[in-house]
Ligand binder design. Structure first.
Ligand code: OAD
Length: 270
């Protein structure tokens, strides 16, 4: 085994030894819940458990491209609530920025569309937004781009934006069910195999192809999971470390073991 044992302290020792200079981080909605943004699948608090008011045939329909074509209103109702700008990055986001500042971050793969990793200061070229984001918007028919100002105005007014050239529906470039992931995702897909430490945080690992990333990390490369529950078969390899519970707590414990705690808190407070 690469780690001396399967504890946070052993992971910290591994990082301190200098062996983990190509870290891949994979995140999901769980890293933003403490910012006030619900995740999707938590039984009571998750978004999918609280969409009755939208009268959907099934919860995921709100992010389904065929459903959106027929009924875009539910998505725009939700977008009004989720639109970036109202939320502040969590200490877990700052932890990823700290890894970058220390020159250890190879890549962050996120499924989140809240743009909080950018807001925490992780540079664009280090982030793969696997499910897109609210940063750009375009027509779903002719792909013509649409301005952010206009999109903002529609989302605030809860009205449906239409393409100026073809009258097609416009939507933020969030990846819906039934749509391809961005090309950047596929270009970066080999990076987990090149990493010397993988950190998985706040995701149920239920949506493919993202869910397959931790499996592409080589055997013998430590993988650490910071999550409320065990997911995706993590824990199944000799060098897997499970840190079950709140991820902000897990990140703080890891930074305590690394001697980085003050730096982390200072970065978050900026
Ligand atoms: P999920 O809601 O499926 O999973 C969130 C995970 O984070 C669960 O395992 C929770 O237990 C855990 N969690 C929640 N709060 C936490 C906390 N404070 N600390 C630690 N763990 C916590 O969210 P994702 O895995 O991101 O896709 O969902 C994947 C994709 O499904 C999303 O990107 C979205 C959704 O449908 C699209 O919309 C295309």
């Amino acid at each position: 085994a690469t780690l001396t044992n399967r504890t946070i302290e052993a992971v910290a020792d591994y990082i301190k030894s200098g062996a983990a200079d190509k870290i891949v981080v994979m995140t999901g909605a769980g890293i933003s819940t403490s910012a006030g943004i619900p995740d999707f699948r938590s039984p009571e608090t998750g978004l999918y458990a609280n969409l009755a008011r939208l009268n959907l045939p099934y919860a995921e329909a709100v992010f389904d491209i065929s459903y959106f074509r027929e009924k875009p209103e539910p998505f725009y109702t939700l977008a009004h609530e989720l639109y970036p700008g109202k939320y502040r990055p969590t200490i877990t986001h700052s932890f990823v920025k700290l890894l970058h500042d220390k020159g250890l971050l190879l890549k962050l793969f996120t499924q989140n569309i809240d743009c909080l990793e950018r807001e925490a200061g992780v540079p664009d070229d280090k982030i793969i937004e696997a499910h897109g984001s609210f940063a750009r918007q375009s027509c779903i028919e002719c792909r013509a781009p649409y301005t952010e100002e206009e999109m903002k105005a529609h989302i605030e007014a809860k009205t449906i934006p239409r393409c100026h050239s073809c009258q097609g529906l416009v939507k933020p470039e969030i990846v819906f069910f039934g749509e391809q992931l961005p090309a950047e995702f596929f270009r970066a897909r080999d990076l987990p195999a090149e990493s010397n430490l993988a950190i998985v945080i706040g995701t149920s690992l239920t949506v493919q192809p993202f869910a397959s990333l931790p499996g592409m990390v080589q055997d013998g490369t430590p993988r650490i999971l910071l999550n409320k529950e065990r997911v995706g078969g993590l824990g199944g390899r000799p060098d897997d470390v499970l840190v079950l519970g709140d991820c902000d707590d897990g990140v703080r414990r890891l930074c305590d073991a690394l001697g980085w705690r003050d730096e982390l808190e200072a970065l978050w407070a900026e």
